[in-house]
Design a protein around this ligand. Structure first.
Ligand SMILES: [Zn+2]
Ligand SMILES: [Zn+2]
Length: 158
């Protein structure tokens, strides 16, 4: 259902697409931008700016959280990354631009990708189409993941 890791070849391809988009958009390819994008492209857990910052600090100790924020915002404006709609105040990001949907756990806040081709290819009901122009249609499913469910059962027993 979801891919737990990004194979190197597809990461390589994603980096190339990223560099190309930056060049066409006249966006300077700085070391920081490259590393921030690479870290996000590698991630499958839809990290927040804070989470990314923590991971990047290991190799870039001088990188500030503010820079990560600003860079992500710039990326978003150029459609290089997406903000995931969550109910939390902390924005979560992903570099996966291929159409997909999300499962969000209310307890651990884990966000998982899933694909739903039959939904994607189903035309919207007429009254929705009359509402206006649809940019994208994404499904977000909220609930409790199996890991958290198991934890809750353990807690109840003790
Ligand atoms: Zn969970
Ligand atoms: Zn996603």
């Amino acid at each position: 259902m979801s891919e737990n890791f990004t194979p190197d070849s597809s990461l390589q391809q994603q980096m190339e697409t990223f560099e190309e988009t930056c060049r066409t958009a006249d966006l300077k390819l700085t070391h920081q931008r490259l590393e921030i994008y690479r870290e996000l492209a590698k991630a499958t857990d839809h990290p927040s700016a804070e989470m990314l910052h923590k991971r990047l600090q290991k190799t870039m100790p001088t990188l500030s959280l503010d820079t990560v924020y600003r860079t992500l915002t710039t990326f978003e404006q150029h459609h290089l990354v997406k903000k995931v709609q969550t109910v939390d105040s902390q924005a979560r990001f992903e570099a996966q631009m291929v159409q997909h949907h999300h499962l969000i756990c209310d307890s651990c806040k884990e966000i998982m990708d899933f694909h739903w081709n039959s939904f994607d290819s189903t035309p919207l009901p007429a009254d929705i189409r009359q509402w206006g122009t649809i940019r994208n249609k994404n499904v977000t499913i909220h609930g409790t993941c199996q890991k958290c469910q198991a934890l809750k059962k353990v807690k109840k027993r003790t």
